[in-house]
Design a binder for this molecule. Sequence first.
Ligand SMILES: [Zn+2]
Length: 365
Amino acid sequence: MSIKRHRKATVFGTLTRLLAAALAGLAAGALFAPDPPRQRETASGEPLPLVPVSEPLPLMPAGTEQAPSDEAAGMGVIELDSPRLTVSIDGAPCAMELEEYLVGVVAGEMSAASCPEALKAQAVAARTFTALHMAGKAACKSGCTVCSDPFCCQAYLTDAELHARWGDAYPKYSEAIRSAVEETRGLVAVYGGELINALYHASSGHATESSEAVFANALPYLVSVDSPEGDSGAVSVQEFGAEEAAGRLAAAFPKSNIKGPLSEADIEVLRLTPSGRADRVRVGETEVSGMELRLALGLKSTAFTVEFTREGAVRFTCIGYGHGVGMSQLGANDMAAAGADFARILAHYYTGTELYLLKYADAPG
Ligand SMILES: [Zn+2]
């Protein structure tokens, strides 16, 4: 399922142009990003603890595009003990089957109105994330296999919650989500024969970020690739009062010695990541990562500029939503709308990966 990729220069050039366009007319700016806590993010862009990752593996040839499930002859296999797992739902342990669990995850992590192939890509990413936990290669803070806390594992919505969310559209949306899960049944993303750490995020704003730029671990399948997203959902503006911004930064970074209101002299981006996100930032008298700054202010991404307005506000303009590593859900949807199938989407965002099929020791066949 290898696909042609654009040159890195194109990636950076695109992001640079997007940034330039987004910032046109803005006053003095600074881009902020981290050396962060190990985190991942949900569709909503909420930061989550990053699951443990395995050591980088030797590069394997790209896999072949194959139909899922029944026609998976020749497809690689990942063996698990059982298809059952225990999900901590709002603190209460609940035993269920993986494929049924994934319906609640995909519904919680992505809009049911997304393109079918994008929903299928999301289903495989979520299945891979869960399988990593079921295989004992990642742990949940709850003590269960996984939990419904998006700050720890993945979002999960119960059927009752889906009825409440979708109302009269429940039959249509439920069918869309269930089809995405069923049509990819058992499929997981693999690199070098091992389940990958299938990170994903809401929007990368035209280029994803390499894992080491955010999480310290360099992983060969989590490298920067272009992300063909439309401009509409990629740019957002967040404003703070100068006193409020100073208060939040002083609370988050006591060593900054910031005494409000925040001024231009209090913030300086020292270094950008290769994809143009803020890496290191000086805040007052201390230096922090872009991710730390993002979390302190609740910014949507670390690809941001800051402007001090005449009205005394501090305005952040962010490109994308989330940490930017792995699959961009907005980009996946745009790829699907342009005709890509889920395998191609996954191969694009998880470089050099293949699709394998889960098999269970207690449920042969
Ligand atoms: Zn958890």
